[in-house]
Structure formats: structure tokens, C-alpha cells
Design a protein around this ligand. Structure first.
Ligand SMILES: [Mn+2]
Length: 494
């Protein structure tokens, strides 16, 4: 990346106070420009640029859905000002930032993903009037365009406020005026916290933690049932993920020659080419690493004869992510003990998926899968029965470790702020999308199981849509049954 101008520019024209300045006062502070920029160059840079304003833009594909989501939010909090920030860039180190991802709440309600953006719903006679506050195009007159770190010459062209209003179907204003406006505003206000420190500071005397939490909870619960646009995006995410898993199988020999990183990189390529990113750090866990639930270091060897647990998901450009796990024999063929454990997990997953039904309790699919796993553990003599006793005491959890699934959407663990009664203790409804992902994990140092089990971890995870009359497996494009996994791998490895 270019950095020749960065040290001077990063402080920006308006608040320039670099160490050199104390010794030699800048000549051109009146323009907000930097020392070293001649009047002639400054003048030259102001003009000679084409008009690039885009006219007659079509609204984004989900404009109708985002409007409906804002209408539901408006109806829940009548007469109150609602402030939903996108968030700001976060420093990675020195002058480099992490890739920006807008807050889920902001992106869900606007379809926009710009850093520093803020959605405000102002109380109006008939509900609320929405405005998105954004940074406008860079000014070329004052040099911001090329001298500011936020200038478009450095970070790329932004949409003008007029363009943004057309795209998102929401009037747009300059975000640099918002903090002052909020400071002066009167009347009840609620804020989604945790994303934008400047906006929070402006509202600090006007908001309470309890009332803000109610807003956050509502926005999490609003996302429990997905609309048609969201279901389409989740299917796209899954379809790209299926292709990413196929990519990985094709390069397993290269992973064997290098490390788990080859698998991570291969999947990431698919995610970046077809989507926005991976929805979470890919878990590329070979051999005993499969028993570490969130193994994302991915720096271990990949050995023929071991299992590879790959838990990965592509995130679409609109932020919807898949969350899929397959446990694959690196060689292409399961050993006898691997197949025995794998088939038990598969059987448990089938029972779990069957329990995903509209009107069913959310907990049912977890209970169904846990029961099957427990039956096998008792049958194999790893824990003393009867099954009811083991389930009651939770003894199976030494090897099943985690819950059997979660809601899926713009967050991989979606709707996390929803109340217990509307999520974990709630009832499944058509339009909900959740993962079903039982597993069995025998740690390499678990002396309570025979040696042949140790170091084997198996999880199978699919993304399931609750429909009017049952469910649909969005990730059915990847085989799960052990024989089918083997023939699928054989075909891909060629
Ligand atoms: Mn998951």
C-alpha cells in the first residue's frame, strides 16, 4: 500500500499538529493545508475534475424489506428518537485498520454498510421520519479530497448524499453535523450502544442503559424470523460455501504437503471472490485439533489417515453467513472407528433435523440429538446406563461438549440479544433459520475411553430453514452420509 504522503496526511488538514510543526509553523494553515503544499499546487488540485455524480440510481434489492423492518421498529417505539450507528473503523496497528463491518442493526435497517454512518428515526406525526447520516463526497476546494486520511483519493469514491438517498430509499444528511444536533435535541431517545463513541458521548445525558437495552433486544428479536430477501441471501451464502468445501477437497494433497493453512486459504479465496468475507474464522481442524471446538490457529499438519473437521461459512455481500461443518477423512476413506463415531453423529443429526418443525419447542432438536449420542455412548460402554440416568446427570457432555445449534443470519450466532423466552425457551416459526450441529469429541488425553477413540472429533452441521410444513436443509448440496461422503470425495479428488 502507498504510504508516502500518509504520515503528514493522517493527521488531516483540520487538526494538523505534527511534531515538525512546532519547530516550523506551517505557511498555509489558513487553507487547512499542509506545509510543503505550495499555493500553486493547492490551487491546481481544486479544479480539472469531471462531474461523476450518478443520476437515476435504482434502489438496492432489499429496499422494500429494509423499509418494512424500519416500520416495525417505529411501531414498537412511538414518539421516541432512535439512533442506530454503523460504527467506526478500528485501528489494527499504527495507521492500518481492520476491515470494516457495519453493525448488524444498522445494516439490517438500511442495507448500507458505510463506516461512521448513523440511522436516526425522528418521531413524526405518523410514526417516524428516517434519515441516514453519512460522510458526503470529499470537498475538492479545501483539499480534503487529497490531503485528509478520509479523502476519497485515499479511500475511494463515496456515494453523494443524493445518490445514497436514491439507493437506500432514505433521505441522507451530513454525519459531521449529527453529534451537535443530537446534543441539542429534546425528547426521549434510545441508542444502540457499543459502536460509535462520539455519538454515545453526545447522548450520554439523555439515554439510560435499561431503555437502550430494550432497543437492542427488540432489534435482535426482530431478526429471528427471516424475510424472503434474507432467506435468498442465506441460500446464496450456503451455495458459495458448498463450492468452498469442494475447493478444499480438491487440494487436500497440497494441504498434506503444507498445513491446515492451505485449507483456510483455499476456503477464504472462495469467500472473497463470491462473497464479502468468511462469516467467522474458519475452523480447519485436522486430527486431534477437531477436539478443540474453536480451533482457528489452523497451523497444524494434515495427515492421511486423520479426519479433517472443517467448519466454515461464506458471508454474502449483504452480510448473511452460512455455518457448515463437515468431517472428512483426509485419505478419502473412513477407518472403522472413525466411521463408527461419524455414523453416530450423523444419526443424531438426522434426529435433530427431524425435530425442526414449525410449532415445535426450540429445545426439541437439541434434546433429540443428545439422546441419540447418549444411546451410542452407553452402547459402546463409555458411560454406564441407563440412558435416562446419563441424560439427567448430563454425563454425555464430557464428549458432546456444546449445544446442538443456534439461530443463523447476519451474525453466525444470530439474535444473541433475544430474550430466553423468545429464543431458547421459545417456539420455532416458519422463516427461522438455525444450525443443527451435533458432535462427539474424544480428547487425545482422555483416559476414560479406549485408546482407539482418542484424538477423534466429529461434527456435522447444516443450516435448516423452518418452513410452513416442516423444514428445508439449505446445505443439502454437501453429502453427510458416510458412504456418500467417500464417493463425493473420490469424484472431486479425481
Ligand atoms: Mn454453528
Amino acid at each position: 500500500m502507498a504510504d508516502e504522503l500518509t504520515p503528514a496526511v493522517s493527521d488531516c488538514a483540520a487538526d494538523a499538529a505534527g511534531p515538525e510543526e512546532s519547530e516550523e509553523p506551517p505557511k498555509q494553515r489558513k487553507n487547512g493545508l499542509y506545509p510543503g503544499v505550495s499555493d500553486e499546487l493547492a490551487e491546481n488540485m481544486k479544479s480539472g475534475w469531471a462531474d461523476t455524480e450518478l443520476r437515476g440510481l435504482e434502489p438496492i434489492a432489499q429496499a422494500a424489506e429494509t423499509a418494512a423492518r424500519r416500520a416495525a421498529l417505529s411501531a414498537r417505539f412511538p414518539g421516541e428518537r432512535l439512533v442506530i450507528p454503523a460504527g467506526n473503523l478500528k485501528t489494527r496497528s499504527n495507521d492500518t485498520d481492520y476491515p470494516f463491518r457495519a453493525s448488524v442493526e444498522y445494516a439490517y435497517l438500511t442495507g448500507n454498510q458505510t463506516e461512521d454512518g448513523v440511522l436516526v428515526l425522528e418521531p413524526a406525526a405518523d410514526g417516524h421520519r428516517a434519515t441516514i447520516y453519512l460522510l458526503p463526497r470529499s470537498d475538492r476546494e479545501n483539499g480534503e479530497f487529497w490531503l485528509s486520511g478520509q479523502g476519497e483519493l485515499w479511500v475511494g469514491r463515496r456515494h453523494s448524499l443524493t445518490e445514497a438517498a436514491e439507493l437506500y430509499g432514505i433521505p441522507a444528511s451530513d454525519v459531521r453535523e449529527l453529534a451537535d444536533a443530537l446534543r441539542e435535541a429534546t425528547g426521549p431517545v434510545r441508542l444502540v450502544r457499543g459502536y460509535d463513541a462520539a455519538i454515545e458521548a453526545a447522548l450520554t445525558d439523555k439515554v439510560t442503559a435499561e431503555r437502550d437495552e430494550e432497543l437492542r433486544v427488540f432489534l435482535s428479536e426482530e431478526r429471528l424470523v427471516k424475510d424472503e430477501f434474507e432467506i435468498g441471501e442465506l441460500q446464496k451464502a450456503v451455495d458459495s460455501t458448498v463450492r468452498g468445501f469442494e475447493d478444499v477437497v480438491r487440494v487436500l494433497d497440497k494441504a498434506e504437503a503444507t498445513s491446515e493453512r492451505y485449507i483456510e486459504g483455499t476456503f477464504f479465496l472462495r469467500a472473497r471472490v463470491e462473497g464479502n468475507d468468511v462469516g467467522y474464522g474458519s475452523i480447519c481442524a485436522s486430527g486431534p485439533h477437531a477436539c478443540t471446538l474453536h480451533w482457528v490457529r489452523n497451523d497444524g499438519p494434515v495427515r492421511s489417515g486423520d479426519l479433517l473437521l472443517l467448519d466454515a461459512g461464506v458471508e454474502t455481500h449483504t452480510y448473511y453467513t452460512a455455518d457448515v461443518t463437515r468431517t472428512l477423512p483426509v485419505s478419502g476413506r473412513f477407518s472403522e472407528i472413525q466411521k463408527k463415531i461419524y455414523d453416530a453423529v450423523h444419526e443424531a443429526q438426522e434426529a435433530g433435523i427431524a425435530a425442526v418443525q414449525p410449532g415445535a419447542k426450540y429445545r426439541n432438536f437439541h434434546d433429540a440429538a443428545q439422546r441419540v449420542l447418549t444411546e451410542r455412548l452407553v452402547e459402546w460402554g463409555l458411560v454406564e446406563g441407563p440412558v435416562e440416568r446419563v441424560l439427567e446427570l448430563g454425563l454425555q457432555r464430557r464428549w458432546t461438549l456444546h449445544g446442538t445449534g443456534h439461530m443463523l443470519g447476519m451474525d453466525v450466532h444470530d439474535c444473541a440479544a433475544a430474550r430466553v423466552e423468545s429464543y431458547v425457551d421459545g417456539t420455532l416459526e416458519p422463516g427461522m433459520v438455525l444450525t443443527v450441529e451435533p458432535g462427539l469429541y474424544f480428547q487425545a488425553d482422555d483416559l476414560t475411553v479406549p485408546e482407539e477413540y482418542r484424538g477423534i472429533g466429529v461434527r456435522i452441521e447444516d443450516d435448516i430453514l423452518v418452513t410452513e410444513d416442516g423444514n428445508r436443509n439449505l446445505s443439502a448440496g454437501l453429502p453427510r452420509q458416510s458412504d456418500e461422503v467417500e464417493s463425493w470425495m473420490a469424484a472431486l479428488k479425481g
